[in-house]
Write a protein that binds this ligand. Structure first.
Ligand code: ADP
Ligand code: MG
Length: 701
């Protein structure tokens, strides 16, 4: 089917108030859900469904079912346990169930008398001695009442305080009826209807179905989000997402940036000074970055490389190009401790080359920080290392040409946009290089980061030995302590990481203090050090330096050492309460060992009983050291929003699509996106507007 491209303009859809019965009060609520036009309402999609389309037999129920029942009250009594409650036993000839009420009045109690026939709806739970429903919706049946049921599955919508599901159902019904009228704009924006799972549903068919699924709909598929009608909409949403990021990227590329050309004399000097050869993956990625830097629009590149793959050198190579061309480069790290590590790393690589470094931390004294700021704005500092504080403290750069964001996947589109402002005055936006250790599947990366180019360092430096991983229950902690003691006495170095769940930082630091005291007292002849986030940077640095130089054998730490810390001689990693950490964190922590020549191991200390997910995490850690496999399991456990950090940044907030579940749609999405961009630019805008609304404003980009 062919249509005029872009026949539907963003203003074609009238405000919701054209629908009868929507007044200022409801409109106010709807606006809080970002619903302004009828189109917005149509695309406000249910998050789940209830099945009130038929009456279930009590004998067939299982815990977890949400359903309608019809039965007779056998027995009703008020009991006093911890609190007053009304227990009503109901049966229908196939079985019996208990209804439990905490809030009820005298009249309700009287009405629910033996012999009365009632209809109720609720969630079935397993009670002490039988199945039960807590606070079901119910209705007393009079003789002659027909067993009325709904003629479609009941949608449950995302809502906001004061806006009832019934109201949302009623307004969406109105919107769906409105679509039936003659003079409404065409909802099928796509010039061709995509084929999904062998069908070609129009968008309106899909919307009607998803808002009001018929009773015979495959409820399992609906619950899983895999019904073809849901996939039709998910396809469009992913397409809109892709288009918006793509567009953002094109607009970023329209910004000028300084073109940084080799010679690369400093880089050559650096390579000569290394005592190892670059891996071919490092060489390849550095080559790509160099050619990005030559362009006169900003580089926007995500480099992904597993823990220990040598990302720092890629960052340094890029910085050197910028510095040699006379510009400044910034390296941003997510935590202070990592920023400090970077500073040390950078100093050890760059100072011999004569590069001037500056350092900015949220914890500096006012005079230290104003001295640093002066060096940054005068241009005497060539490479600047710090945390995000760098961009929040009113720092002016002399001529910033490159921003490296390290170990940071929680860095969203908006933060990236903010960087544009920081570039060389009158010359352009800085180039951006973003480094992440989260090894996500390529299709996911390309969806979540469609505004970025993407490179992978898919090789570890040679000679890395796998870290053997064991899990030990807390009861045997003393054995682990002994093992650490004897390893340290043999000249090995170890980390002991303390974790707490839902901790305040203060509590976490306290826990580390306690373990430090305990281990210092227990372990004669072992030099124990402590680092945590609340120590002064100088103290922290001193301890880290002592550890790096072998003057401390055992380093007790909080998870602040999670990323980036690099001490090659450390070969033992103990993680306390490992069951509390996510896979990405465990993998990062384990990545702190296995960097040197000796065999390394990691001990996951846990407290039983383990939840199913915790067990899966620990088993996964024992089974594999491959970051990619670990990320796959992590995605299954936590979902892409958490793993990619898109939830925190407000990026990729999808209504119906799920980039993990729907990843098979992505190749088709990419193809359609390319084609729409080339042939139907107005459709692109209309689609973005439909699905993303005002959440990303491109006009000003
Ligand atoms: P990550 O990718 O985790 O940031 P790093 O950049 O910290 O990894 O590198 C980990 C360690 O490997 C560092 O000690 C670094 O000096 C070393 N390294 C980097 N590249 C190589 C290489 N090609 N050969 C040997 N060691 C390397
Ligand atoms: Mg690193």
């Amino acid at each position: 089917m062919n249509r005029d491209s872009g026949s539907t303009d963003r203003d074609t859809f009238p405000p919701v108030t054209v629908l009868r019965g929507i007044g200022p009060k409801i409109m106010g609520h709807l606006q809080r859900l970002h619903i302004h036009t009828v189109q917005d309402l149509l695309f406000h999609l249910p998050i789940r469904y209830q099945d009130r389309t038929h009456v279930r037999q009590i004998g067939t129920l299982q815990a977890g079912d949400e359903c309608v029942l019809l039965g007779t009250v056998d027995h009703s009594e008020m009991v006093y346990r911890k609190r007053r409650m009304l227990l009503v036993s109901v049966s229908d000839g196939t079985g019996r169930i208990l209804l439990r009420f905490f809030y009820f009045n005298k009249k309700q109690q009287e009405n629910l008398a033996p012999g009365v026939s009632i209809r109720c709806f609720g969630e079935v739970r397993r009670g002490v001695s039988s199945l039960e429903m807590v606070h079901p919706e119910y209705e007393i049946q009079r003789t002659g009442d027909t067993a009325k049921v709904e003629d479609h599955l009941t949608p449950i919508y995302p809502t906001t305080e004061g806006l009832h599901q019934l109201t949302l159902r009623s307004v969406t019904s109105k919107a769906l009826r409105w679509v039936e009228e003659d003079e409404v704009p065409d909802l099928d924006l796509l010039p061709e209807i995509p084929e999904i799972d062998g069908c070609q549903p129009s968008v309106i068919e899909a919307l009607k179905f998803v808002h009001r699924p018929p009773p015979e709909a495959d409820t399992q598929a609906l619950a899983a989000g895999t019904h073809v009608m849901q996939r039709r909409l998910a396809f469009e949403e992913l397409l809109a997402q892709r288009l918006s990021l793509f567009k953002l990227r094109l607009q970023m590329q329209k910004q000028p940036a300084v073109s940084i050309a080799p010679p690369g004399r400093l880089y050559a000097q650096l390579i000569e000074s290394l005592e190892f050869a670059l891996t071919s993956a490092q060489e390849r990625v550095i080559g790509t970055v160099f050619s990005d830097l030559k362009k006169n629009y900003p580089m926007l590149r995500l480099v992904q490389g597993d823990v220990g793959s040598g990302k720092t050198l890629v960052a340094i190579a890029a910085c050197l190009q910028a510095i040699e061309a006379g510009y400044q480069a910034v390296v941003m790290a997510p935590t202070e401790i990592l920023a400090e590590q970077h500073l040390q790393n950078f100093a050890s690589w760059l100072s011999p080359l004569g590069v001037e470094l500056a350092w900015l931390s949220g914890r500096m004294t006012a005079s230290q920080s104003s001295e640093m700021k002066a060096r940054i704005s005068s241009g005497s500092a060539q490479a600047i290392v710090g945390t995000h504080a760098l961009f929040q403290q009113g720092v002016t750069f002399h001529n910033l040409a490159l921003v490296v964001v390290d170990e940071q996947h929680r860095f969203g589109v908006h933060q990236r946009l903010a960087l544009r402002e920081k570039g060389v005055q009158g010359v352009g936006s800085p180039h951006q290089l973003i480094m992440t250790a989260t090894p996500i599947p390529r299709t996911l990366a390309m969806t979540a980061y469609a505004d970025l180019d993407y490179s992978v360092i898919d090789e570890l430096p040679p000679g890395r030995m796998p870290v053997s991983t064991i899990a030990v229950p807390h009861e045997r902690r003393h054995e682990v302590v002994e093992r650490v003691a004897s390893a340290c006495r043999r000249g090995q170095q170890a980390y002991w990481v303390c974790t707490l769940v839902e901790e305040s930082e203060a509590m976490q630091c306290q826990a580390a203090e306690n373990v430090f005291q305990e281990l210092s007292a227990l372990l004669d002849g072992v030099r124990v050090g402590l680092v945590h986030g609340r120590m002064k940077s100088q103290e922290k640095n001193a301890v880290m330096r002592d550890f790096a130089r072998g003057r401390v054998d055992l380093l007790v730490a909080t998870t602040v050492i999670e990323v980036g810390v690099d001490v090659a001689n450390a070969s033992l990693m103990i993680i306390e309460n490992a069951e509390r950490l996510g896979l990405a964190q465990l993998h990062q922590l384990r990545g702190r060992v296995g960097r040197g020549v000796q065999e390394s191991s990691c001990v996951l200390l846990y407290s039983a009983p383990l939840t199913e997910n915790a067990k899966l995490r620990i088993d996964t850690m024992r089974a594999t050291g491959n970051g990619f496999e670990i990320a796959q399991v992590d995605l299954e456990i936590r979902g892409p929003g958490e793993v990619l950090g898109t939830r925190q940044t407000g990026m990729l907030q999808l209504r119906i699509a799920d980039i993990l579940r729907d990843q098979d749609l992505i190749p088709q999405v990419h193809e359609s996106a390319k084609w729409l961009f080339a042939e139907h630019p107005r459709t692109v805008d209309a689609l973005i507007h439909r699905w993303l609304g005002k959440s990303i404003e491109f006009g000003q980009v």
